[in-house]
Design a binder for this molecule. Structure first.
Ligand code: BGC
Length: 419
């Protein structure tokens, strides 16, 4: 998988990814669609929550065809998106034929352009009615989520192979029920325990439901997973305490949920979201220090994204290598950088892909990569400032601009090769 090519008289090594590798970019409904009025995030934004409201966002709900033309022109072979629960089920006893027809159109539009859809069922937002009822801590949460999943599968089954049930369950849990920064803005460990249990049970139930529906329709088996946020934990200084904290965080954050889901045989692949490392710096043996304290001294000279996260490509290699024990294919569902410096974006992508390739060479079966994000979008409580997109958005006019990094990445998508 290592070749050579000739540039300005110099022979450069060239690396090759598997020929059936899926290349693309990712988005989520609330972050790009705009006017997601039935969701808990919308309500929270209207009451002043977060930096600014999502409003019309990128207008992708209306402009999806035009956006998929760009995706096609960039040579992507897959595209990750989420369907919005609050649009599909605007009230507990009401499903919207219009919203379902919309998402059918969305998926068909991708298929017409020969782009493999990767569909997420839950990406941080909930219908307001679900939230009013008690949300993810409600005893019926699993049942309620599965009723929605059932409708989505009924509509999209024949056209979708790759499913993601829940995006970053632990990140959602942390920000919405422990830190309290995201709706429903709870800070309750007791509720967090119930939410965690329900998120895990929902994945397991949805996994089984999707598989059963495909079997009933005699369709080829789907591939179902979660999108799991996996930081690389690195000890700031190599003390016993920091190493213990790294071990603990790896167990609790990175592996525990994968262990549970793989024990239940409900992962067809492992969906990984990787952005950066966490420099672990526990100043005492207290539980909060061991679990949460990270180094803020800024003593390393690594490049950073515009939100201060370090660029640490070695981390994606470390994370991938530790997944070997699960003996499952891995799909990198998010990896990206928000920056005003597009050269840094390409450098970020290139360096991470080199590390992904290194892991493949060491025997990890990585089947795809979706850069976060296809376009600039609504970065949750941080608003529109962080620019993650391969495509730039002018929020005043709605116009799209393909960035140079997108063109460089496009060459990789077209050839499965990287200089
Ligand atoms: C989330 C995205 C978010 C990205 C950058 C991921 O954790 O799935 O919705 O925009 O990180 O913060």
């Amino acid at each position: 998988m290592l070749g050579f090519f000739f540039v300005s008289g110099i022979i450069q090594p060239m690396i090759r990814f598997p020929s059936d590798f899926l290349w693309g970019a990712a988005t989520s409904a609330h972050q790009v669609e705009g006017n997601n009025t039935g969701s808990d995030w919308w309500k929270w934004e209207q009451s002043g929550g977060g930096k600014e409201p999502s409003a019309a966002a990128c207008g992708h709900y209306e402009k999806f065809r035009q956006d998929f033309d760009l995706v096609r022109s960039l040579g992507h072979t897959c595209h990750r998106l989420s369907v919005e629960w609050s649009r599909i089920q605007p009230a507990e006893n009401e499903f919207s034929d219009q919203a379902i027809a919309h998402y059918k159109d969305v998926i068909s539009s991708l298929r017409e352009r020969h782009i493999e859809p990767v569909v997420t069922l839950h990406h941080f937002t909930n219908p307001q009615w679900f939230s009013d009822k008690g949300g993810w801590s409600h005893p019926d949460a699993v049942k309620l989520f599965c009723a929605y999943v059932d409708r989505v599968i009924d509509a999209l089954a024949g056209n979708v192979t790759y499913w993601v049930t829940i995006n970053e369950p632990l990140i959602y849990l942390f920000y919405s029920h422990i830190a309290g920064d995201w709706p429903p803005n709870k800070r309750s460990l007791i509720q967090a325990v119930a939410v965690r249990k329900n998120l895990i049970r929902s994945h397991i139930a949805a996994y089984r439901l999707i598989h059963a529906a495909y079997k009933k329709r005699s369709l080829a088996p789907p591939r179902v997973s979660i999108a799991h946020h996996m930081p690389a934990y690195v000890a700031c200084t190599c003390t016993i305490r920091n190493r213990a904290a790294v071990w603990l965080r790896n167990r609790l954050v990175n592996y525990n949920i994968l262990d549970i889901l793989s024990r239940h045989k409900t992962l067809d692949y492992i969906g990984v979201n990787y952005y950066s490392r966490t420099l672990v710096d526990a100043e005492s043996w207290s539980i909060p220090d061991l679990l949460f304290r990270s180094c803020c001294r800024n003593h390393e000279t690594l490049a950073k994204n515009s939100m201060g996260w370090e660029v640490y490509p070695q981390g994606i290699y470390e994370v991938l290598m530790k997944l070997r024990k699960y003996r499952l294919p891995v799909f990198i569902l998010e990896n990206g950088i928000c920056t005003g410096d597009d050269r840094l974006r390409w450098e970020y992508i290139r360096r991470h892909l080199l590390k992904v390739h290194e892991a493949i060479q060491c025997g990890i079966r990585v089947i795809g990569y979706t850069y976060w994000s296809l376009m600039d979008n609504f970065e949750w409580d941080k608003g529109f400032d962080p620019r993650f997109g391969l495509i730039g958005i002018d929020y005043r006019t709605g116009s799209r601009t393909i960035r140079e990094s997108a063109r460089n990445y496009s060459a990789v998508c077209a050839t499965s090769q990287l200089e």
